[in-house]
Design a protein around this ligand. Structure first.
Ligand SMILES: Nc1ncnc2c1ncn2[C@@H]1O[C@H](COP(=O)(O)OS(=O)(=O)O)[C@@H](OP(=O)(O)O)[C@H]1O
Ligand SMILES: Nc1ncnc2c1ncn2[C@@H]1O[C@H](COP(=O)(O)OP(=O)(O)O)[C@@H](O)[C@H]1O
Length: 200
């Protein structure tokens, strides 16, 4: 990919701080990572509704959805997953700069790729949330029947089966979806955001 040249950066008059002041809350990126079926989409949908009900401005980015549009030219090779996360990191940065609490639900299996997104954002604006669920638990759930297909060899390079997942080394939060209900996980995350003054 060639780097763009002869481009300059144009500052706006309205700053990120102005937008945060207007919204009355911070705009961290809540980066949910975990196996397929661990609960990323379920938790981010529930959390977004709970935050909305508190008058907080959010946006949710989901692997399944984004791969129908922005990233519809990417597959699941290590290189394509890296590019998928790189692009979403840049989009999440724009949304955070816009003053939105941005919830991302991507397997994002490689620690290096998640760390690269962390480096893109201001200190404290990247909150890595490990959605923990055993492979057995995910396979029992198998909400889209993909584990069954992967086990049957119909899908190659499926995360957890014949493609790696690197558990987060030092996530800000871990939510175990085999031990906690959706409501408990959402409450824990909101409590985290309140105690660190991301939200009131
Ligand atoms: N080979 C393979 N491996 C893993 N997942 C696969 C694969 N093929 C399709 N799917 C479906 O794609 C969803 C994961 O997309 P992501 O963008 O989150 O993956 S990644 O972050 O680029 O690894 C994932 O959705 P979730 O179940 O919501 O995680 C799967 O349903
Ligand atoms: N405590 C829990 N937290 C989140 N999801 C749960 C929980 N218990 C069961 N589930 C189920 O697990 C599945 C998770 O699927 P999904 O949210 O699509 O995961 P992912 O986005 O990580 O692939 C859903 O069918 C959900 O109803």
């Amino acid at each position: 990919m060639t780097k763009a040249t002869n481009i300059v950066w144009h500052d706006s008059v309205v700053s990120k701080q102005d937008r945060l002041q207007l919204n009355g809350h911070q705009s961290p990126v809540l980066w949910f990572t975990g196996l397929s079926g661990s609960g990323k989409s379920t938790l981010t949908v529930a959390l977004e509704k709970a935050l909305y009900d508190q008058g907080i401005r959010t946006y949710r980015l989901d692997g399944d959805n984004i791969r129908h549009g922005l990233n519809n030219n990417l597959g699941f090779s290590p290189e394509d997953r890296k590019e998928n996360i790189r692009r979403i990191g840049e989009v999440a940065k724009l949304m955070s700069d816009a003053g939105l609490i941005t919830l991302t639900a991507f397997i994002s299996p490689y620690q290096e790729d998640r760390d690269n997104v962390r480096q893109l954002l201001a200190d404290g604006d990247f909150i890595e949330i490990y959605v923990k669920c055993s492979l057995e638990g995910c396979e029992q759930r198998d909400p889209k029947g993909l584990y069954q297909k992967a086990r049957a060899g119909e899908i190659k390079g499926f995360t957890g089966i014949d493609a790696p997942y690197e558990q987060p080394v030092n996530p800000e939060l871990t939510v175990d979806t085999e031990e906690n209900t959706v409501e408990q996980s959402v409450a824990n995350i909101i409590q985290y955001l309140k105690t660190r003054n991301y939200i009131k």
